[in-house]
Write a protein that binds this ligand. Structure first.
Ligand SMILES: [Zn+2]
Length: 424
C-alpha cells in the first residue's frame, strides 16, 4: 500500500516514529489532501530542513530525479520563467512555470510562490517537491522550498530563454518568446469566468509555419497585418491543435520589420502527423480509399449547424434543415489514415457543380445519395495532396482541408526521385 511505504520513507527520512507519521498521513489523506502534499506538510510539521539533522532531502542532479522522489534539493540554471494566472479552489493564483537545468539534464518546474525567478539565474532549491506528470518528474517549488540565488553561475548545455519558432511549439510549452506576423485577427466577446470579456483570436505565422492564437487581454499591438514580438506566451491545446496563449503577463512589442511567413508547409507521413496529436498546418499525400456516409448533399440544423438526419437534430429535434455540401473521405498513405473533411467550396469543385446542381440531381433521382455517389466515382482510388488542420481525438483523426488537389507526382516520378536520393 502506498501510504504505508510513504510513511516508512518519511519516518526514516525524518528520524521519527513510523506509526506516528502514518497516523498523521492517514488523517490528511482522509481530508482529501493529495498524498504528495500531505507528505510535504508532515515534513514541515516534523521540522524537516530546519534541524539539519539528516532531515533535508538529499541533493540530486537533475538527471537523477525520478517521480519516486518526494522531494529533493537541486541546483540549476533557470532556462525559462513564465507567469500565468490559474484559478485554484475558487481564487486566482499567479504561478511561475518553466524549466531548470544543470549539466545532466533539464526539468519542468512550477513555482507556487513568487521567488522572483528569471532566466539565466543559478539557484538552489532546497526541499523542492517532486510530482509526476505524464510519466516524467516535475518540481514543485512552494512554501516549504527554501530558494537561494547563487553568485557563481552554472554552465549548462541548454539554451537559456524561450525563443522558439511556431513549428517547434507543443502543447504544454511555457514562457515562450516568438516573433510573428499577425495573419488573421478578430475581436470576440466571450462569456468568461468573470462575465463577458473581449479577447482577440486569430492566426500567427513565421518562417516555420502558422498557429492559431488567443490573446486574453487584448494588446493593441496585435492587429492584422502587423508583426510582433511576444515574450512569455504559453501553449495549450484547443480543439485538438496547439494554440498560442498571450496573457496579461505576456509582453507584446510591435516590430518595425516584416516577418516572412513560410509558404512551405511541412509535408508529413500520415502516421507521424497523427502521432503528434494534432497539427494546425500540415500537408499529407495519400490514396483516397473511400467516401464516408454523411457526404455529398446534406442538411444542417439552423440552430447549431450540425448535420441532421431526416429533419431531426439531436439537440433541437424537428427542424427545417439547411442544405449544404461536404465530403468526408478516408485518405491513407500506408503509414496511417485520416478522415479528410471538405467544406462546401471544395466539395463543389470535386463534385463539378454547385449546391443548386446537386439539389436538381437529387430531385431528378428522387434520392440525395446520388450526389455522394457522383463524388465517389470522381475521387475514390486517386491520389491527393491535402493541406489543412489536423485534429486527433478518441474518435479518430480529422483533417479539415484548406486545399485538396490531385497529386501531380505520378509513381514513376516518385520512384526516380527516390533513386536520385539514394544516389546522392
Ligand atoms: Zn441543432
Amino acid at each position: 500500500m502506498e501510504l504505508d511505504e510513504r510513511a516508512e520513507d518519511l519516518a526514516s527520512d525524518l528520524g521519527v516514529d513510523k506509526e506516528e507519521v502514518k497516523a498523521d498521513l492517514q488523517n490528511l489523506v482522509e481530508y482529501s489532501v493529495p498524498i504528495d502534499e500531505a507528505v510535504q506538510s508532515l515534513r514541515r510539521k516534523y521540522g524537516d530542513g530546519s534541524s539539519g539533522g539528516g532531515g533535508a532531502p538529499s541533493s540530486k542532479d537533475v538527471a537523477e530525479i525520478t517521480p519516486e522522489d518526494s522531494s529533493v534539493t537541486v541546483t540549476g540554471v533557470v532556462l525559462t520563467a513564465g507567469k500565468r494566472s490559474i484559478r485554484y479552489q475558487g481564487s486566482d493564483h499567479v504561478i511561475v512555470e518553466g524549466r531548470l537545468a544543470d549539466e545532466t539534464g533539464a526539468i519542468d518546474y512550477t513555482a507556487w510562490e513568487d521567488f522572483g525567478l528569471s532566466p539565466s539565474e543559478t539557484i538552489t532549491a532546497g526541499n523542492a517537491g517532486v510530482r509526476e506528470w505524464d510519466g516524467e518528474p516535475e518540481l514543485n517549488l512552494g512554501e516549504s522550498t527554501s530558494l537561494s540565488f547563487l553568485e557563481e553561475s552554472l554552465e549548462v548545455p541548454y539554451k537559456i530563454g524561450g525563443d522558439a519558432q511556431l513549428a517547434d511549439l507543443q502543447t504544454g510549452d511555457r514562457a515562450v518568446t516568438i516573433e510573428v506576423s499577425v495573419l488573421e485577427c478578430e475581436r470576440k466577446t466571450i462569456d468568461g469566468r468573470d462575465g463577458e470579456t473581449d479577447i482577440l483570436s486569430g492566426v500567427f505565422g513565421d518562417e516555420s509555419g502558422r498557429l492559431p492564437f488567443t490573446n486574453w487581454d487584448p494588446a493593441p499591438e496585435i492587429e492584422e497585418g502587423g508583426s510582433v514580438r511576444i515574450e512569455n506566451a504559453y501553449v495549450q491545446e484547443f480543439r485538438g491543435v496547439p494554440e498560442v496563449n498571450v496573457s496579461e503577463f505576456s509582453t507584446v512589442t510591435a516590430l518595425d520589420r516584416e516577418i516572412d511567413v513560410g509558404s512551405d508547409t511541412a509535408t508529413m507521413d500520415i502516421g507521424d502527423a497523427v502521432a503528434t496529436g494534432g497539427v494546425y498546418d500540415v500537408e499529407v499525400v495519400g490514396n483516397l480509399l473511400a467516401v464516408r456516409d454523411g457526404s455529398g448533399l446534406i442538411q444542417r440544423c439552423p440552430e447549431c449547424y450540425r448535420v441532421i438526419q431526416k429533419g431531426q437534430c439531436r439537440t433541437h429535434g424537428d427542424v427545417d434543415g439547411i442544405d449544404d455540401l461536404r465530403v468526408k473521405a478516408i485518405l491513407d498513405d500506408g503509414t496511417g489514415a485520416v478522415t479528410v473533411v471538405l467544406d462546401d467550396e471544395l466539395t463543389e469543385r470535386v463534385y463539378g457543380g454547385t449546391l443548386e446542381d446537386a439539389l436538381e440531381q437529387a430531385r431528378e433521382a428522387m434520392d440525395q445519395e446520388v450526389v455522394a455517389e457522383t463524388i465517389r466515382e470522381r475521387i475514390v482510388g486517386r491520389e491527393y495532396r491535402v493541406r489543412g488542420h489536423l485534429s486527433v481525438d478518441e474518435y479518430g483523426a480529422n483533417l479539415d482541408a484548406e486545399t485538396f488537389a490531385e497529386s501531380d507526382d505520378d509513381p514513376a516520378a516518385r520512384a526516380t526521385a527516390f533513386l536520385e536520393e539514394v544516389d546522392a
